[in-house]
Ligand binder design. Sequence first.
Ligand code: ZN
Length: 280
Amino acid sequence: MGKKIIITAALCGAGTTKKQTPYVPITPEEIAKDAVACAKAGAAIVHFHVRDEEGKNTMETERFVQVIELVREECAKANVDIVLNLTTSGAKFPEDMRLAHLPILKPEMCSYDPGTMNWANSYVFLNTPQFLERLGLVAQELQIKPELEIFDGGMMGNVDYYLKKGFLKAPLHYQFVLGVSGGMDGNIDSLNFLLPKMQPGSTWSATGIGRSHLPVLLAALSAGCDGLRIGLEDNIYMDKGVLATNASLVERTVKISELAGREIATAAEAREILGLVKHV
Ligand code: ZN
């Protein structure tokens, strides 16, 4: 068997709606239930966004606290272990708010989106230089590992810049999020372009959005990824016209990874591979 593979479940994201799929977890209870189900199915990391009472994306600290406290409680009850990865994205929200949940909840990882782009021709996915400097410093101070979500090629150079300036610290962990319109396509060409641009000694994971979900997963596996991200944030289908659940996507990823000769990393093993610090 080859090196262990880290599966990340991205449960709901900011945009997936109940109209698109009834299986997307929206309430704190649904999110906590899916986190436990994904952990049982083989996910080592769970990536969280939270929603308000109406199901809309929010970066309100109180909501994060409510959701993550429940997640921690339910995981303890079910005796499962996950690495918490909390989002910091949310262009519509004040930059202060996008950081405010980190010192309170002390997750092991947070997202770090090193650049701005037009998201699917609908809004500006805004990550100002000032915000990226602040987030880099806050993450270092709190010993939270930033997950560098790479949507587009230019973001690789930005990572190099923030590393050189001391806002990021090696070893780095990249998450290639491919197939968002406005960013790079979800295919093997994009991975071939991006992978040689990583800093030496880095780890990496990948996910394809929508129809590129499975192609990117397979390409990443064949390229020797350290991790794979799946989940209803990125893709709602198991097959053409067949809706997925988060747990079913994890189960499929476990099967495919094992077929490719990879063992599945536990949360404890993911901490070791990524050099994470458990705070809580
Ligand atoms: Zn996300």
